[in-house]
Design a protein around this ligand. Structure first.
Ligand code: LLP
Length: 408
């Protein structure tokens, strides 16, 4: 977000003009930021094959933008795979990493021609029995590492439901032998918001170590989890050091085995978090003896991260960018406690002021619901200086369209 001359703008467009044109609440994405994140990652991690974690922000236009820039995609459901196909992805560009799905969904993934990532032993056994060595698969492993911004987004520890535990290696190998399964990739996603490079180092040791035994493997997938800043100056994952570490490990492996493996990553937040803004309008400024609340026209049904993960999202008053600051608690309009930000210093807020909530690109709209029967916001992509509507605001008709009135 540019803030020259006190006016907050994206690619030259002011938040006020976007609110005038599209209304609020509004999700806004900056394509330039997404593109620059892609090139940053490529420049720091040599030869990286990026598979965008589509669940972070699943809009067709975003997927098309990713594809245009040579980014593959990671999906977690058949529907996400179908959306990726609609966005123009070829099946071989799609990694399918579901969890706790039925075998039927795996079969559907094979029928679509996706890269299949299996995350439990019963699935591996069924896969082997059905496909033998006629269709390759990747294995999602659980490395027994506790890492991630908070417990809910930590997926690589021994009590997490994700992945096949590496301590079950013998069972994996037995299945592979029994059914002659062709394992072409190994995958670990330890969680979201991994700051500690030690975690990636351990993943790398495990993956490259196992790749020596799994001789059909031609790619290693390090998942997502790159941490971005939610607050100015907050530490972020050192991707330069990460890149160096991965390249060194790959070279060492190649020297030792003569095999050059592809390196894959599946970032979600890194690519889209900072590119997204939730623009809201102040409905009311409510002073109580204890707190001054700013009540806005959005809520946890439209951005659940603060309430679900205690996530911090910066909030800026874009209608008043100078003068006195006061302390406010910014809340939503849902009939639940839905705090966007507690005790925030904002330039004095008046009814009608536009506030922007930052880092709303990842897991914002994609986790939104119609709770309280509110209409989900519209989504706008700012691309090459032009604001384009990429999803209309919900309508009441749309919200009711699946319902069947049995008392009619
Ligand atoms: N790959 C796999 C297999 C994943 O499960 C995920 C995220 C990613 C990649 C992308 O992770 P990222 O780069 O975005 O950290 N809703 C939560 C985050 C849940 C992440 C789920 N899996 C949040 O808003 O913090």
């Amino acid at each position: 977000m540019e803030n020259n001359t006190g006016k907050h703008r994206i690619q030259g467009l002011s938040f006020r003009s976007l609110a005038d044109q599209f209304g609020t609440p509004l999700y806004i994405y900056d394509s330039a930021r997404i593109i620059s994140q892609i090139s940053t990652l490529r420049s720091k991690v040599q030869d990286i094959k990026i598979k965008y974690a589509a669940k972070a922000l699943t809009n067709l236009s975003i997927l098309k933008l990713m594809r245009r820039h040579g980014v593959g995609v990671d999906v977690v459901s058949i529907q996400e795979a179908q959306i990726a196909r609609l966005a123009g992805y070829e099946s071989r560009e799609i990694m399918f990493t579901p969890n706790s799905v039925s075998f039927d969904e795996i079969v559907a993934g094979v029928e679509m021609g996706l890269n299949i990532n299996l995350d439990n032993l019963p699935m591996l056994e069924k896969f082997g029995a059905k496909y033998g060595n006629s269709y390759p698969c990747c294995l999602r492993l659980n490395p027994n590492i506790m890492a991630g911004g908070n417990y809910k987004i930590s997926t690589g520890h021994s009590h997490s439901k994700f992945g096949i535990n590496i301590l079950q290696k013998e069972s994996i190998l037995n299945n592979i032998k029994r059914y002659n399964i062709q394992v072409n990739g190994l995958h670990i996603h330890t969680g979201s918001e991994i700051l500690d490079l030690e975690v990636f180092q351990k993943m790398s040791d495990i993956l490259f170590g196992l790749a020596e035994e799994f001789t059909d493997v031609n790619f290693l997938d390090f998942g997502g989890g790159i941490k971005v800043a939610y607050k100015a100056g907050e530490p972020v994952t050192d991707i330069e050091a990460l890149g160096k570490m991965l390249s060194d490990a790959r070279e060492t492996f190649a020297r030792k085995t003569g095999r050059k493996l592809e390196l894959w990553m599946e970032p979600g937040k890194f690519l889209v978090s900072e590119a997204g803004y939730l623009l809201v309008r102040t409905n009311v400024v409510k002073e109580t003896p204890a707190v001054t609340f700013v009540g806005v026209d959005s809520g946890l049904n439209q951005l659940v991260r603060p309430m679900m993960y205690d996530a911090y999202h910066e909030i800026v008053n874009v209608s008043n960018t100078s003068g006195e600051k006061k302390v406010y608690t910014v809340v939503g309009n849902v009939c639940e406690t839905d705090t966007f930000g507690k005790d925030r210093e904002l330039h004095e807020v008046h009814e009608g002021d536009l506030l922007v909530i930052l880092n709303a690109g990842a897991y914002g709209y994609s986790m939104a619901s119609n709770y309280n029967s509110r209409l989900r916001p519209a989504e706008v992509l700012i691309h090459e200086g032009v604001a384009k509507l990429i999803r209309k605001r919900d309508t009441l008709e749309q919200m009711l369209s699946g319902q069947i009135d049995v008392f009619e």
